[in-house]
Design a protein around this ligand. Sequence first.
Ligand code: AHR
Length: 320
Amino acid sequence: MILKQALVGAGVAASMLMMSSSVFAQTVGFSQIGSESGWRAAETTLTQQQAKNRGIDLKFADAQQKQENQIKALRSFIAQGVDAILIAPVVATGWDSVLEEAKEAEIPVILLDRMVDSSDDLYLTAVGSDLVHEGSVAGQWLVDALGGKDCNVVELQGTTGSSPAIDRKNGFEQAISGHANVKLIRSQTGDFTRTKGKEVMESFLKAEDSGKNICALYAHNDDMAVGAIQAIKEAGLKPGEDILVVSIDAVPDIFQAMAAGEANATVELTPNMAGPAFDALAAYMKDGTMPPKFIQTESKLYTQADDPQAVYEQKKDLGY
Ligand code: AHR
């Protein structure tokens, strides 16, 4: 009798275990853009950690910055019958067909950190920050720091056609509009990379009287800012003083630059997009709970007044 009860108990426990693992995703495909920035590297590391903590088998595909590779990866995930797909879409357009294929296969798709222009019923939810707000926080910081002084600004944009490049530009322009003392004189893509950021900044400096005509740099991410800081130094100017530097991401290297007085401000973007994404997915798979279409992460402004060396120490081992 006791043995029978024990067996029944074990059976119930086993079936409960099976239920709990079958209601949650076991295999998730993750189509990552590539590794263009320190922030992107941290997002990859954290997504892999979050999946491991939850016992999820994460199938990782690095698209090397190409949309066609992301579309191929999604089709391969669909063919493999994964339980869900995470994607950080490199650009905003051109996703309708593949998202419809995932929907037909009843595979929920979650967008991470960038948006698409497809109908929102083609994905379960999107986790990200308010990208326009990030740009406007950066712009407002500059307006306040200038206190009415005339300033020619150069801008390093992110990847052309990506939602952060579009929205961070708009947000910044909104913040400086109505401030006639702040003029955006040059704007070009640096593709979110350090190398391109340096290269484009060199061309800005050459074109603007060896940089004497530039008062501030706005970069859509910290990696481009770090590349540009190098270019400014090589041109014989002091970044952070002769040319103010404001950017977005809050990666450890920008805090080192801030501690050295070579960068002035950054807007934080958390690389932990996967945590909220897996939570939403778990609730959806458990009982069909629909998450909001947009799960917003926080954006926080850091300046040289925020003990950048201490923030660097906290962040330096977090996978950036
Ligand atoms: O989509 C987020 C942006 O993409 C980050 O700001 C940037 O560093 C990245 O590569």
